[in-house]
Each structure stands twice: as structure tokens, then as C-alpha cells.
Design a protein around this ligand. Sequence first.
Ligand code: FAD
Ligand code: NDP
Length: 314
Amino acid sequence: MAEKIVIIGSGPAGHTAAIYAARANLNPVMFEGFMAGGVAAGGQLTTTTEVENFPGFPEGIDGTKLTQLFRDQSKNYGTKIFTQTVTKVDFSKRPFKIYCDDEMTEAEAVIIATGATAKRMNIKGEHDFWQRGISACAVCDGALPIFRNKELAVIGGGDSAVEEASHLTKFGSKVYLIHRRDKLRASQIMQKRAIENPKIEILWNSEVSEAKGGAGGLQTISINSTVDNSMRELAIGGLFYAIGHKPNTDIFQDWLKLDETGYIITKPGTTQTSIEGVYAAGDVQDKIYRQAITAAGSGCMAALEAERWLEGLE
Ligand code: FAD
Ligand code: NDP
């Protein structure tokens, strides 16, 4: 028999949808993923330390701890959670088919909350030094012994880049924040944090083109100036990417309308995708706000919209 509702993904959007669907007696099934898109079940918040802007935690809360609380709440209200990655879907007709390799589950309604994955630069030498000096997650890897007391660099100019650079100052002797423009994209409070941190030096109008090193790992990077095309070599012990994310939508591209950058298109003001009965919530459909609380809010919307739609079917 088909499940009433299947939720794919397990960040704040997926778990909020699950809590609402469970409390509406829809017996939701969640596929939380197994390192799907390189991120642990629980989503992007598992890659950060303090979350200071999610209401209800006046002193802030550790990202992984927050995702564990989301999961506990989903389970406590009756969500069945499977630690599996959805590898294929068939939305050609209802019930919709959801595959985890050869295992198939049918569902009357689907909520997609697969979030997004950190982008890579694909510079020369990246492959050779990936996880040997180059990483896309300072919070996950920054405390490793190879980075201790070394000069480190973060690429990017958004909130993630500033947060990661600040985090790395706990371990490195100095952190370069390398940004391709002359203005950070990060929020004002985060910009202030970077500019005022004596261990952070911002390299403006700079692009990294190559990573070099030896048997011991990464040693130098080549930096081009976007202003005068000059080039310099910078000796560093670690390079961290914080250049944004790609929405996890590859398995949906044959079925749903996506925008030019791969985000799922939803009907404005709703979570309705281009197929009736399929909803999308969180970062997978939001390239503007991309916050835990907005992801959670749209997860709530998706569950309420799915619930009403299922009622209509009956
Ligand atoms: P995600 O959190 O991306 O979770 C999606 C989940 O779905 C992942 O676990 C993934 O593994 C799983 N998945 C993907 N594909 C599949 C599949 N095929 N099958 C099954 N499962 C799948 N926001 C804030 O509000 N405050 C902060 O302080 C903050 N700090 C951040 C720090 C960092 C380093 C980063 C990267 C982001 C931060 N954000 C913060 C943004 C916030 O984490 C995201 O907006 C939010 O997690 C998005 O939630 P989501 O539910 O849409 O997806
Ligand atoms: P963003 O998309 O906001 O920023 C990406 C940054 O990387 C931009 O500065 C961009 O440059 C730069 N960049 C992109 N591609 C390249 C490239 N190929 N080479 C060099 N630089 C590149 O992503 P974030 O991950 O920083 O943030 C995502 C969302 O998560 C945001 O909404 C943010 O607010 C949220 N977040 C919130 C936090 C908080 O509230 N504490 C912490 C972390 C994230 P350019 O500016 O030139 O486009």
C-alpha cells in the first residue's frame, strides 16, 4: 500500500514537514539520506558550530545538537525515519515511486527537502590536495592537526566564508579571507566580525587559480588579482572553500521544473512544484534566504499544503 506522504531529506525543512505531517496523522516516512550530497543526515547545520539565530535558544545552540533535537521531535510524533538516500524517483503518475537503489516505496504525496551541497572551485591541483589541505568545511575539518598553527585561507565573501574564517582563527596562526570582489556579500554583523578580527586578513579582488604542494600536502596557492592581473604565491597550510552551494536536485531534473541554477521552481507563495502532490521546501527551492528558520517555515507550509491536497483526494 502506498504511504500517504514521503519526505526526502532531513534538514530543518524536512523535519518541520515531518512534525506537522505526523501530528496530522499522515504517518510520514522520511528518507534522511546517508551522507547524501556529502552532508550527514540532519543537513547543513551539522557542518556548523554555534547557531545563534534560531529562535528558542537565547544562548545559541550547537548545529549538530539542534538537528538532533529536530530528529527526536519528528520521531516522537511518529515519523518513520530511514537512513537511506533516495537514488531515483518516478513522478509520472500517482502513487509516486521513490527508489533507494532497488528498494521502492510508493507515496500519494512527496515533500522534497534535499537541501544543497557545498560547491567546489575545480582549480588546478585541487584533486591532488583534496582532504590533504583543501576542504569545503572548515567547521568539520579545521581542528585537524594538519591545520594547527598554520596560515590558512578561506575563499568566498558570504556568511559562510566569514563564519569559517572566524572559526579557523581558533586553530590557525592567521587566516586569509580571499574574495573575488571589493565588497563582502556577508551580512553586516558578520562583516564586522571579520574586519575586526586581528587574525583575519582580507585579500580583496583576488582569485585562487592553483594549489601546489608535495607529499606532505598543500603548501602554496597562486592568487591572481582581478584588478591588474598580477599574480602572487601564498604559502599556506590549508585552503577552505566557502563559495556557496548547489541544490540537490539531480534526481528530480527529469520530472520537475528547475531554474537555470538547478533550484526547484515552486508556485509563488506556496511549496507546490510543477507536479501536483509534489512539494519542495527549504534550500532546495530557496536561493534568497537559505536560513534554518526559513527552511523550517517552508517545511511547515509543505506539510500543510500536502495535508489539504490529500484531504481533497479523499
Ligand atoms: P539541508 O540542511 O541542506 O538538509 C538536506 C538534507 O537532505 C541533508 O541531510 C542531505 O543529506 C539530505 N539529502 C539530500 N539528498 C538526499 C536524497 N537524495 N535522499 C535522502 N536525503 C537526501 N542558517 C541559519 O539560520 N543559521 C546559521 O547559523 C547557519 N549557519 C550555517 C553554517 C554553514 C556552514 C552552512 C553551510 C549553512 C548555515 N546556515 C545557517 C544555513 C542552513 O544550514 C540552511 O539554510 C538549512 O540547513 C537548509 O535546510 P534544508 O532542510 O533545506 O536542507
Ligand atoms: P553565498 O552564496 O551567500 O556566498 C558565496 C560567496 O562565494 C560569494 O561571496 C561569492 O562571491 C563567492 N563565490 C562563489 N563562487 C565563487 C567562485 N567560483 N570563486 C570565488 N568566489 C566565489 O553562500 P554562503 O554559503 O556564504 O551562504 C549561503 C546562505 O547561508 C546565505 O543565505 C547565508 O546568509 C546563510 N548562512 C548564514 C549564516 C549565519 O546566519 N550565521 C552562516 C553561514 C551561512 P560574490 O559575492 O562575488 O558572488
